[in-house]
Design a protein around this ligand. Structure first.
Ligand SMILES: C[S@@+](CC[C@H](N)C(=O)[O-])C[C@H]1O[C@@H](n2cnc3c(N)ncnc32)[C@H](O)[C@@H]1O
Length: 157
């Protein structure tokens, strides 16, 4: 199985970028992982929130393969503990899924079309994080999940 993280807009904070790189490199020891960045929509100031979400949504959907399993990161999604998340990853690998795609929405979240296409919604907290910060959090949780599956001493309950 491969895992892709689909995000909108470049990571603009240098220190956040460094941490993302660090955890991305750690994660790559366990699974094929890539981050795909959709460029920011131009002239957003002239667009309503709905128009921006729809434009971003069209771009998100254009990046997907038919066989992809689409997981939206969404503060209203399902909650997992880190151990449950590791079991979730194991189940996906056992199910023979080719590519698991986690998507992070733009500043206003996802369009209706993206919600319709999604296989599931996953929340990392009841709180809302910025679309930049959440990149690091999901990558760290993926890394943590694989260390749990390998019984490595990173996670402590
Ligand atoms: C600033 S938030 C968007 C908030 C927007 N009001 C909404 O309804 O989704 C930007 C993106 O970060 C991600 N995000 C933020 N907080 C999250 C959380 N607690 N769990 C999972 N994803 C989250 C989601 O992908 C969201 O689309």
């Amino acid at each position: 199985m491969k895992i892709k993280l689909l995000v909108i807009g470049k990571t603009d904070h240098k220190s956040l970028l460094q941490l993302i790189e660090e955890y991305k490199n750690r994660l790559k020891h366990y699974i094929k992982f890539e981050i795909e960045t959709i460029p920011d929509i131009k002239n957003v100031k002239n667009l309503s929130e709905i128009q921006q979400k729809e434009k971003e949504g069209t771009l998100i959907l254009s990046k997907l393969q038919n066989t992809d399993q689409l997981v939206l990161l969404d503060d209203k999604g399902k909650h997992y503990s880190s151990v449950e998340f590791s079991e979730y990853l194991q189940k996906k690998m056992n199910a023979g899924i080719k590519q698991l795609v986690f998507v992070i929405g733009g500043p206003y979240g996802f369009s209706d079309d993206v919600y319709k296409k999604a296989n599931e919604k996953m929340s990392l907290s009841k709180m809302t994080f910025s679309h930049q910060m959440i990149r690091l959090f999901i990558i760290e949780q993926l890394y943590r999940g694989f260390t749990i599956l390998k019984n490595e001493p990173y996670h402590h309950d």
